[in-house]
Structures are given as C-alpha cells and as structure tokens.
Design a protein around this ligand. Structure first.
Ligand code: ZN
Ligand code: ZN
Ligand code: ZN
Ligand code: ZN
Length: 277
C-alpha cells in the first residue's frame, strides 16, 4: 500500500488525503512542503489554543497556526512579517489586568529547565496586548458579507510569538459570526501581507501604501480607517435600536422578551394584542 502524504492543505491546514509519490513523503502537490521542517512534526508537536484548548491547525501558506474554534492565530518570531509586527507594537496597548492568556509556544516548549523557570515567573502569561482592528469579506457579488471588529493581539517577550485573538461572537454591527467564519478573522489582513511578498521588507517603512494599494493592514493609517468605520457601525446599531424602541410595542413577557410588533396606533405604546383593556 502506498504511503500517505505527510503534507497539509496550503490554505486550510487539513491533512492531505493523497498518497505520497515515489521516493518522497509527499504527494505531487505538496512537494514544496518538503523543506518545511515543521510538517513532519505536526502530528507530534501539537500546539493548542491558549483560549479554548483546541488543537491549532498549521497553515503553510501563511506560516501560521489557526484555531478552528475561535479563529485565533499564532505566528512565531521567525515567521511573522517584521513590518507587520513593528506596526502592531505601535498600536494602542490594552490595559486589561484580567487578560490571562498563556503564550502557546512557551507553554508547549519541551526544554524542561527553561520551561520550569518560565513557569516560576508568571506561568507563560503574555504581558503585552494591543488593540488591533480587523475586517474580512465572505462570498462575492450580492452574497458578499462584510465583518469588522477589534481584537487583542498579544506579543510574548520571552519567545517572540504573537497571538491574534479571534473575532468573538459578534462583529461591530452586532451581526453573529458563525463558527466557520470566525477563522477568517485575520485572513484578509494576512492575504494582503502575503501578496506584498518581500517587497515590503525590501522597500521598508513608508512604502506600505504603494505596495498594498489600500495600505498596510496593521499600519496606523489603515487601522484608523478601520476604527472610524467600526465606530460608525456601532452608531448605526444604536440609532437602529432607538428607532425600533420608539416604534415597537412596550410589552415584555415573563421571560423578559420584548414584543416585536409595531405599536397599534398613534398615542398607544402597545400593539393591538397587548394594548391595555
Ligand atoms: Zn499531499
Ligand atoms: Zn481557539
Ligand atoms: Zn512565548
Ligand atoms: Zn405587543
């Protein structure tokens, strides 16, 4: 029986189902992963999500690990685009004492002596978090849907890994983000970084706008555009809620659910069914 390919899908990290080619551990499509030292160890060196404990999937295309459950992304020190990291570290720091997220890389570190030492000094908790705006679009044409929000991104000073927290359950306009969309939280930002290739590294800071067309997704300019658009979305939601509040029947049932029918007529605060007799 032919050996199974050790490779994973470039975009999703799912294990390949094809068999390996002659004299190789990989199928024809995954030959390029032969040089990726992480691939053979994926089955053994499992990295877990620091927030929900789910096994992280390795995405070769972006050199990163993604959590299918919450959409969190892990990039190791040597894999993150240095300009992206530099931009993130300049964003507003999150001053939340309650943010206790362990560095996934440090907590899976196999070097026992080092690990014990780290454990003694703060249990691998990431100390620096930054508020980073994100947006992504699903589908296309009239099915296209746009989501945006802000999530914490933590940088581990010990090993240099960066953990991008997922979207959470709702986007800025209150739209529910389904399980399968959560893992897209950071996709579009990394897609833009990938497209820029090494050009960015080569040309350095200040060249971002030209390279990305829309700017560096983690740069100050793009981040403030996203922030403004997110705050506008929140305003619209508040306005819509106020409009609905003025328009809808005031009746609240025993479970606390508000009646969603319109008020029956001018001067009445209730729908036809709930108007006081
Ligand atoms: Zn394969
Ligand atoms: Zn997770
Ligand atoms: Zn670390
Ligand atoms: Zn009613």
């Amino acid at each position: 029986m032919a050996k199974k390919c050790l490779g994973v899908r470039e975009d999703t990290g799912d294990p390949c189902k094809r068999s390996a080619g002659k004299g190789s551990d990989f199928c024809f499509a995954h030959r390029s992963q032969e040089g990726d030292e992480r691939i053979p160890y994926l089955q053994h060196d499992v990295v877990h999500c620091p927030e929900d404990g789910q096994k992280l999937s390795y995405i070769p295309m972006d050199n990163q690990f993604v959590c299918d459950m919450c959409g969190g992304v892990l990039q190791n020190a040597k894999d993150i685009n240095p300009m992206a990291l530099e931009s993130i570290l300049e964003l507003p720091e999150v001053a939340d004492e309650g943010l206790e997220i362990r560095c996934p890389t440090c907590s899976t570190n196999n070097d026992k002596t080092e690990s014990l030492l780290q454990l003694a000094f703060g249990e691998f908790f990431i100390s620096d978090f930054f508020a980073v705006e994100w947006e992504f679009t699903t589908g296309s044409g009239h099915l296209a849907r746009h989501f945006q929000g802000v999530s914490n991104v933590g940088h581990c000073k010990v090993c240099g890994s960066t953990w991008f927290c997922g979207s959470g359950d709702l986007d800025a306009s209150g739209t529910k983000i389904s399980q399968k969309f959560k893992k897209l939280t950071w996709r579009d930002a990394f897609r833009r970084i990938r497209k820029s290739g090494n050009l960015w590294k080569l040309l350095g800071k200040g060249s971002e706008r030209g390279i990305f067309g829309g700017g560096n997704p983690f740069g100050e300019e793009e981040q403030s555009r996203l922030r403004e658009s997110r705050l506008r979305a929140i305003d619209w939601v508040t306005e819509r809620e106020e409009r609905d509040d003025a328009r809808l029947c005031r009746y609240v049932d025993s479970s606390g659910e508000r009646c969603n029918k319109s008020k029956s007529q001018k001067g009445s605060d209730y729908c036809y069914k709930h108007r006081p007799k």
